[in-house]
Design a protein around this ligand. Structure first.
Ligand code: NDP
Length: 453
């Protein structure tokens, strides 16, 4: 075995959380190495948030061109080139990958390309090299999960969806979470026929029920077929295509089957048992509020801990870890009232309690709702509705939940999330003058409510 190279910190996994931790720790004067088996940047930059949002932009032009006609535009010969979109998206991802490498270099972090595997609690093998570190941070993220069934090897996940050689004529997407809903919107807008297959009643479990119902309605208006209470029994090849047999005995033949049935913590083959690090039944590394594992000098941040699996949360966990361990400031990441968005078409933005959660956790609540057609669509004629909802704790008037479905929902909610996080009251919302004409002004002018509890 080669002699160990010594560092103060080794980070395993150069995604959002790992890179932030490495840079901040190095800035505090630590000698830091980071290893990465795939590409620096991680899920978000390479095969997640960023390329997905670029595809969402690309797809939305379809509706924009339609809507433009009512605004006086006319054009002919409108064509879409999937390969050009994918190539341009890849170019941008390459650029970001380069920036991440540079950020690490400039911070003085040693980047080692290769897969890390614990030899023992202080040493990690990376290819031919052995790194020994006083502290080790695991930030290996998650991997798509596909359940086992006959033909499961024939399906794709979001990883492959970013690199399809051609736009499928028909795609069946399994799952009712973020990824399923976002890709259903992308493929549908670009012209694929899309079937969304979900095992329960209503997609996006965990989100506010009114938004879930309204989003399903909007997706169906766009001709996405949603199949509820349905699972795949088997898939087999049928010439160039795939034949799906569902558990309700129905069959369909399609071009692609994409599974978006969740992501699991990426801990297999890491050698955590050699280091004595405890994991939960789903493989997630068990950590305390300081992201410390069962081994005091081994930490974990991001999706590999399966807490709040969102990039900005992983970044905060990584930053807090580096400040606490190397910067002399004791910090933890705050997981309360984390805003989130689903880049469906139309998108969702949300922060705080859903109505169902608020009913359970608070005494009496006030629920304010509003549904309207965005000004843009008065001319375009599009029937799409914007839907907004505020949940207020009646005892202290604080806004404890804010949910938006509609154009720009993510941008709107990012701003309002500051107010909800700050614990502002409905009265303070109402004291804020709206910007007219916007959709967001609705959130400071809501008057009618339902008292519950
Ligand atoms: P989610 O956990 O959001 O959704 C998984 C979906 O698959 C659920 O509808 C679930 O159903 C269903 N499912 C799970 N197992 C099976 C199975 N065996 N058979 C059939 N259906 C199944 O996972 P995603 O893959 O959509 O996304 C992974 C994570 O990535 C998200 O949790 C999120 O944190 C992150 N993400 C965030 C985005 C954003 O911020 N915009 C975008 C994309 C991903 P059920 O409801 O019954 O459990």
């Amino acid at each position: 075995m080669s002699e160990a190279e010594k560092f103060d910190l080794l980070v395993i996994g150069a995604g959002s959380g790992g890179v932030r931790a490495a840079r901040i720790a190095a800035g505090h004067g630590a000698r830091v190495a980071i290893c990465e088996e795939s590409r620096v940047g991680g899920t978000c930059v390479i095969r997640g948030c960023v390329p997905k949002k670029l595809l969402v932009y690309g797809a939305h032009f379809a509706e924009d061109f339609e809507d433009a006609k009512a605004y006086g535009w006319s054009f002919s010969d409108l064509k879409f080139d999937w390969n050009r979109l994918i190539a341009n998206k890849d170019k941008e991802i390459d650029r970001l990958n380069g920036i991440y490498h540079k950020l690490l270099d400039n911070a003085g972090v040693t980047t080692i390309m290769g897969r890390g595997e614990f030899i023992d609690a202080h040493r990690v093998r990376i290819g031919e090299r052995v790194v020994q570190a006083d502290r080790i941070l695991v930030a290996t993220g998650g991997r798509p999960f596909v359940p086992d069934f006959p033909g499961s090897d024939l399906v794709i996940t979001s990883d492959e969806a970013f690199h399809l050689p051609e736009l499928p004529g028909h795609i069946v997407i399994i799952g009712g979470g973020y990824i399923a809903v976002e890709f259903a919107g992308i493929f549908n807008a670009l012209g694929s026929r899309v079937d969304l297959v979900y095992r329960r009643e209503l997609i996006l479990r965990g989100f506010d029920d009114d938004l879930r119902r309204n989003l399903e309605h909007e997706l169906e208006q766009k001709d996405i077929q949603i199949m509820h209470h349905c699972n795949i029994a088997s898939i087999e090849r049928d010439g160039q295509r795939l034949r799906i047999r569902y558990d309700n005995d129905e069959q369909t033949v399609t071009d692609q089957v994409m599974f978006a049935t969740g992501r699991h913590p990426h801990t297999r083959g890491l050698g955590l048992e050699q280091a004595g690090v405890k994991t939960a039944s789903d493989g997630a590394i068990c950590v305390d509020s300081h992201s410390r594992s069962s081994v005091p000098h081994i930490f974990a941040v991001g999706d590999v801990t399966n807490r709040v699996n969102l990039t900005p949360v992983a970044i905060r966990e990584g930053h807090a870890f580096a400040d606490s361990e190397f910067g002399g400031t004791d910090r933890t990441a705050d997981h309360a009232l984390v805003p989130a968005a689903v880049f469906s078409q139309p998108p969702i933005g949300t922060v705080g309690y859903t109505e169902a959660q608020a009913r359970e956790q608070f005494g009496t609540i006030r629920v304010y709702k509003s549904a309207f057609r965005a000004l843009k669509h008065t001319l375009s004629g599009r029937q799409e509705k914007t839907y907004m909802k505020l949940i207020v704790n009646d005892s202290d008037d604080k806004v404890i939940g804010l949910h938006v479905l509609g154009m720009d929902a993510a941008e709107i909610v990012q701003g309002f999330a500051v107010a909800v996080k700050a614990g502002l009251t409905k009265q303070q919302f109402d004291a804020t003058v709206g910007i007219h004409p916007t959709a967001g002004e609705e959130l400071v002018t809501m008057r009618d409510f339902e008292l519950i509890g």
